[in-house]
Write a protein of this length. Sequence first.
Length: 431
Amino acid sequence: MKITTIGGGSTYSPELVQGFLERHAALGLRELWLMDVDGERLAVVGGFVRRMVAAAGAPFQIHLTTDRAAALEGADFVVTQIRVGGMAARREDEYLGRRWNLVGQETTGVGGMANALRTIPVILSIADDMQARCPDAWMVNFTNPSGLVTEALQRYRPAVHSVGLCNAPIGIQMRVAAQFGDVDPFDVHLDYLGLNHLSWTRGARVGQRDVWPQVLDAAVQDAREAQRPPVPPDVMERLGLIHSYYMQYYYRTREILREQAEGGPSRAEQVMGIEGRLVERYADPELATMPPELMERGGAYYSTAAVQLIAALALDLGQEHIVNTRHAGAAPGTPADWVMELPCRVDAQGIHPLPCEPLPTFVDGLLRAVKAYELLTAEAAVSGDLDTALQALLAHPLGPDADDALDVLDDLLDANRAHLPAFFPGDRPEP
């Protein structure tokens, strides 16, 4: 098996490689290719990865390259974890939010829209290369905003096998597994539905045992101890739902914007510092195991989710995973061609969404508004049409007032001009 990671210079790559080291025999993994446009960063991260693999007995080969075509040629699986424009572009997204008193987070609000407009054309170009060089391969997309990027993939490149993945659902499964002792997290079955970073959990089983009352009680207690849970614990208890962490941007917007207005380093600037320290550690020729600083970066259980999903597809496991894909009628009351985040059975034939109950009315409206924004943003990213981009901005519940919408859109596009060739066809985009 050949597995390729696009964005292999990411500081997340060592965790992914550790996951492959743990499952290489079952997968029959022989080649792992790390591809990145930043050759210097790739050399540092890739050098550390090679030491990791050597220390484990070199069960598979590591290839480092800046040549995307070579990395994709004959691949069986392609993991995408890119950040178009790097962390500097994420910082600009956050400061865009600050300038207009809007949420500038990398997957939500105006920040998420800017990220998506930059990212979707590049992901679609990777899909085009896959069609030419590895047409039977699966793309496992971690690139944010994961659900929106996967919506664009499955809508505009339907011939490519693709699925979107986030570490948030496996994080819930891992916590439930720990709550009930020696339990395999993939034996934890969640009644879970929504969009990526806009999801609700309303039930849980361990095997055939209903454990939802205990799981909800534990979540409410965690919320009481958290600095800012997505919704206040008393509200969570009354609603009987566990909300995605990212719901704080919708349900506690005033507090988010107040903190944002206070200034201080943005999350991108914090991550820049963390990544700088990680790259320094990776450059240490004596280091051959993952450093503890990696936990500061976020993304816990990233490798568990990715490697086990690949194993379920490759080894015909028939396992249940929560992923982003077209629900094909599994979520009644919503269009069957919408990409949603929901439990699916995964086997050698592909990914099969499992039937679920409709969401409660009070959250259904929010989901539909955000999905309208996603569909319009994907269309705008492909077409470069200004009117469609304006509609997307106005459709988002966290978007600007109509009085500011045109100015916000101009600011967003100008800040990202180098990465938006569809909107600025006369410009030469940066790599």
